[in-house]
Design a protein around this ligand. Sequence first.
Ligand code: SIN
Ligand code: CO
Length: 379
Amino acid sequence: MKNTLLGGLTPQQFLRGYWQKKPLLIRQAVPGFKGLLNPQQLIELACDENVQARIVTQQRGKFTLQHSPFTANDFQHFGKAKWSVLVQGVNHFLQTGTDIVKLFNFIPHARLDDLMVSYAPKGGGVGPHFDAYDVFLLQGTGHRRWQISTQKDQTLIEGAPLRVLKDFRVEQEWVLEAGDMLYLPPHCAHNGIAEDDNCMTYSIGFRTPAYQELAEQFLVYLQDRICVNGMYADPDLKLQKHPSEIGPDMLQQVAQAIRQVRWDDEDVANFLGCYLSDPKPHIFFDTPARPMSEAKFAQALRKSGVVLDKKTQMQCFGSTVFINGEDHPLSKAAYRTLRELADTRALPATDKPTQAVLALLYEWYLDGYLAPATAAKQR
Ligand code: SIN
Ligand code: CO
């Protein structure tokens, strides 16, 4: 089958030639794509208290930014201003959103941020900017003009509530229609302007965490796990001329103690799995109201398999599975089974889950991280 998603390129060719390197426009990447929501449904989602959304308004070249929570009233007073609403994490709330993200399974899940959906009437947009993200901008209904630039100058307008480029020099532009997609590597300057009144854009974003953030978070992770023996002692304490000074003996003793804090690649992998699978702070899981017994759950698993909840994030390394910020070291066989669940977000009906796998799946069902496939369909 011709790979329309990447314009006929194989994932390998795309990764080699474009990923993190240069933009790629793909006409009819998703033929027949009409979007997942209409503007009104997106606005309703933006008003959901569990959703993170922004409204960007633009009047006489000046941008204003508002953050959720929103009510329907916030969408009624735009007057002549151009505006846009942007809703984060749509894949966590719509099964069809999760399905769109699955098309990008050729990129590791650890790199995924989320699916953001925007709506703007004619002229709306967030202004020229760049992101620290890889992004696939898939057009739903309507048309959007995308202008891009590989310019080095990334100076932003000072004091603006949004990151808007001061001097944006358009190098290339295209008008995208339903099903067209534009891939942009991080730091590629871009500006998307709605061409009509039903312009909806689906942004599948892939994070590129700063090393500073990773290092800080690694230290947070480490702080709960380090084991440093002994305590300070100074039976040979010498009289100091200046009691306010930290003496060299104290310094040496403590420096040596702190050098006991060690880590290896496995600790780093475990940190990455926990940190990158950890849901954002506003994400909560719905636990089953009337949970079935483990025996009933095993029966449902045999009959229809399980699917991950839309909000669940899973990663794997070595023989450890990470789910929503938790690590679960496993046997090789259990790891292989649960890696399939992580890869595909589902496990088919299975006759013989081991007791260890069944126990974990049941625990995750009680936590609201997954559900039997039949029950999930009804939600
Ligand atoms: C949008 O959908 O309007 C903005 C997407 C982006 O530029 O990152
Ligand atoms: Co952007």
